[in-house]
Write a protein that binds this ligand. Sequence first.
Ligand code: TMP
Length: 221
Amino acid sequence: MFITFEGPEGSGKSTQITLLAAFLRQQGFTVVETREPGGSDIGDQIRDVLHDVGNKKMTSAAEILLYSASRAQLVREIIQPALAEGKIVLCDRYADSTLAYQGYGRGLNLGDLANITRFATGGLQPDLTLLLDIDVERGLARRKDGGDEMNRLDLEAVAFHQRVRQGYQQLVAADPARWIQINADRPVPLVQAELQEIVFARARGGDVKPGRHQARRASTT
Ligand code: TMP
């Protein structure tokens, strides 16, 4: 089962994913945690280029192609093999981040982004996407207060991040069967309890059961 986590800056995705993975392992599931950009050796090198605040000259086209290159590597090297072995894959950001940030945030053509993304992923779609939603200014403040390293995207204006957040709302509205939206502006344990309930129910009802993992087909190019 392939589960992705999306949200504006400072929504607490990575903390929640770590806790959720530990919980699922306790329940007997085999879990792979990964993230974008990065998640593979090659992807991590691309991440460094993407996040370098010195790369002020990076064009929007170069940016989308670098995110896509990292994604193409991650899908084939990590995600598809894990899914084929019946594991649960928890991925911190995936293709929806491209639509939200480069599409709604930067204003790139959504149709072009969808085509590039389809090529990069071979059409692999998440079974479930959890949107950890938080007010943009609250999220950015959380990141600064948490002492997190600020990347190139963090330094964008608040208006950019507002467009990203609204973009996520449009993506949820367009495909409500795949998305579940969660209020991330609450204490970590409350958000975690909600995530555990949702994902555990899906994992039990889906094709991934403790001790009875089945290979599931993942599309390739
Ligand atoms: P994060 O690991 O702290 O979430 O940082 C990833 C940053 O990269 C975040 O600002 C969102 C951005 N991003 C995009 O703009 N497009 C993408 O396709 C992905 C995966 C991330």
